[in-house]
Design a protein. Structure first.
Length: 134
């Protein structure tokens, strides 16, 4: 599970002080953008990660990401600089902030099977509603 270690390092480097923080490798300004709003009506607190992955379910760290520690919902996110290719959006709300790399049974997650083909200048507006697992 090498991707779990990479994801942990990625998240630990990308955590902000309550505001959203983008991360990933350098990319051009005319590459793709993912944006939208994440809503959650539960009572949990923790670390919110919105990531762009090259597979679903993810087999590694996100290529680009947006992270908010202890978010106040709704949260608007924007992920820029996504290089051309085929990607999947994934959202993890690590309730309790105890393990952002492996979603637990208590963590709301969103990993839809829909692929998004990015070309120069592509934009994707994807709103996500998270619910507590039952």
């Amino acid at each position: 599970m090498r991707w779990l270690s990479l994801f942990a390092i990625t998240l630990s480097l990308g955590c902000g002080d309550g505001g959203g923080m983008n991360g990933g490798s350098d990319a051009g300004t005319d590459d793709g953008t993912f944006s939208g709003t994440v809503t959650y009506e539960g009572t949990g607190t923790g670390l919110l990660t919105v990531g762009v992955f090259d597979s679903t379910p993810p087999r590694g760290a996100p290529l680009r990401w947006f992270v908010v520690d202890e978010p106040t919902f709704p949260v608007d996110y924007t992920i820029t600089g996504v290089l051309p290719g085929t990607y999947y959006l994934g959202v993890i709300f690590d309730v309790g902030g105890n393990n952002p790399t492996i979603p637990g049974s208590e963590d709301p997650v969103f990993f839809p099977p829909d692929a998004h083909v990015v070309s120069a200048g592509s934009t994707f507006d994807i709103d996500v509603t998270l619910t507590d697992p039952e």
